[in-house]
Design a binder for this molecule. Structure first.
Ligand SMILES: Cc1cc2nc3c(=O)[nH]c(=O)nc-3n(C[C@H](O)[C@H](O)[C@H](O)COP(=O)(O)OP(=O)(O)OC[C@H]3O[C@@H](n4cnc5c(N)ncnc54)[C@H](O)[C@@H]3O)c2cc1C
Length: 453
């Protein structure tokens, strides 16, 4: 059944040069890069009451370093880490055989640093607004429609950058979008949470001293002698817990040390079959993931050393979405491109994270490693047909397997910086983003310290 929504006039709240929708890792970087020369009016829209997106849910940032150990994500993402480090709110980039590197950040300081960065370059931030429509003239985007407690309003923009993770703007603008693998299967979401009171030394000792019992996927046990580590393994313990009747939704125990000595972030809930673009599906996911926390905690207490006295401290504000829509852009990056480390003349990001597909069903994961870092071309940010729009972050133009590599936050930040830079350079040149001279975008990124191989 459908009903007719009458057409109506709506107020124009603002008219800007560059409008970024979504204030996660890609959006914050896009807005900053768009505004950093001070010659354009830039606005950032965010549906939640804080900036940072998935940077605020207790995840480590993976793969600032590439497979060969050199730093591949630099530029504005690295400056963001430097700002956090000045506040004691980010660790070093720790090399890791599985993840290439990981960097823990403090979620609360992430929110503050993102807000400070926007203020510093004069980006107008508007929170608690949901982008629910697009204004177009022909095939060119001219702005968006937002919905808030005020009702509906329009924001006009010369260029819009979609950093919503779900491709909300692109989808509404009629850009062709895809979800998941050939059967529509998407990587499942996870609700992150933090435990305190963990005896991290006991966990470390168990892994280092009894590797045959406390098995790790692909990671040498020597990696666990340092202060910070991520466990991915303990498959045998999960088997035992299942034999004891515990319904564990994943096959691997993923635990991340936090900034405080007794803090562990748990990445083990998962709700297969969720589609975050369908609210009833996402609702079921949230409720189920919250219920899973209890059983996972029982597993940790009974089967994993160090958790005997642990208590639940924080449940992240929302269940994180690994995968939903991706757009079809001027180029669709594939896993074959990544594995072949294909070179692109219009590379705007060089990334190092392997293809890491959390299976849509069954609780396991496939990882495909590359020998070295790989190029990501500018064309993945540019929709195939619709003009005036760039799409950065996990919804850029990649197939299911490729986005399983490019989705990590270091890469998403770099994609965001590239989109913001391209939008600014295109306006300076008086051309649409699809026609920008990419060598000028690359020069702009290099000037800001990016690594492009
Ligand atoms: C459980 C889980 C574990 C992961 N593990 C890691 C890890 O260990 N390390 C790592 O580096 N990466 C990890 N990732 C991947 C990474 O977190 C994401 O792929 C990345 O954050 C995507 O960045 P983004 O900017 O594209 O989107 P997001 O981080 O999702 O940000 C999108 C922002 O847009 C806002 N928004 C969305 N729609 C609208 C709208 N219509 N209007 C206004 N605002 C809107 C959202 O509120 C949000 O703030 C993980 C992801 C998940 C879910």
């Amino acid at each position: 059944m459908t009903v007719f929504e009458p057409a109506r006039e709506i107020p124009v709240r603002a008219s800007v040069d560059i409008l970024v929708v979504g204030g996660g890792p890609s959006g914050v970087m896009a807005a900053y890069a768009a505004a950093r020369k001070g010659n354009h009016k830039v606005m950032l829209l965010e549906s939640r009451g804080f900036l940072g997106g998935n940077l605020t849910i207790g995840l480590p940032i993976l793969a600032f370093l590439g497979p060969k150990g050199n730093q591949v994500i630099k530029g504005e993402p690295q400056k963001f880490i430097d700002r956090l480090r000045e506040r004691g709110a980010a660790t070093d980039h720790y090399p890791c055989k599985l993840h290439k590197s990981f960097t823990m950040v403090d979620a609360e300081e992430v929110k503050n640093v993102c807000a400070d960065m926007m203020e510093e370059v004069g980006v107008e931030v508007l929170m608690y607004v949901f982008c629910c429509g697009v204004l177009k003239e022909g095939e060119q985007v001219k702005g968006v429609i937002i919905e808030s407690k005020c009702g509906r309003e329009a924001i006009l923009a010369k260029t819009v950058i979609d950093c919503t993770g779900d491709g909300d703007v692109a989808f509404r603008a009629g850009v062709e979008c895809h979800k998941g693998d050939a059967d529509g299967g998407m990587q499942p979401p996870t609700l992150m949470y933090q435990l305190r009171g963990v005896d991290v030394q006991a966990l470390r000792d168990a892994i280092v001293q009894r590797p045959e019992v406390f098995d790790m996927d692909n990671m040498p046990h020597s990696q666990f002698t340092r202060r910070h580590f991520i466990t991915v393994g303990l498959r045998g313990m999960i088997d035992k817990a299942r034999e004891a009747g515990l319904d564990i939704p994943v096959n691997r125990t993923i635990l991340i040390t936090g900034l405080k000595p007794d803090e562990i972030w748990v990445n083990m809930t998962r709700v297969s079959g969720t589609d975050s673009t369908e609210p009833s599906s996402y609702t079921h996911c949230e409720i189920t993931a919250h219920r899973q926390i209890k059983v996972i905690n029982e597993y940790l207490r009974r089967f994993v050393p160090g958790f005997e006295n642990a208590h639940l401290e924080i449940v992240s504000p929302f269940t994180g979405i690994r995968e939903s829509r991706v757009i079809v852009g001027k180029y669709v990056l594939t896993a074959e491109d990544i594995v072949a480390m294909k070179k692109f003349d219009d590379a705007v990001v060089v990334a190092g994270y392997p293809v890491d597909i959390h299976h849509s069903k069954g609780g396991d994961c496939t990882m495909i490693f590359t020998e070295d870092a790989y190029d990501i071309p500018y064309r993945v940010l540019v929709p195939e047909k619709v003009e005036g729009l760039l799409v950065a972050g996990r919804c850029s133009s990649m197939n299911h397997e490729a986005m399983a590599g490019t989705r990590v936050m270091s890469t998403c930040m770099a994609l965001g910086e590239a989109a913001g830079s391209a939008a600014r350079v295109a306006l300076e040149e008086g051309v649409l983003p699809s026609a920008v001279d990419v060598s000028k975008v690359r020069a702009d990124l290099l000037e800001n310290g990016a690594y492009l191989g």
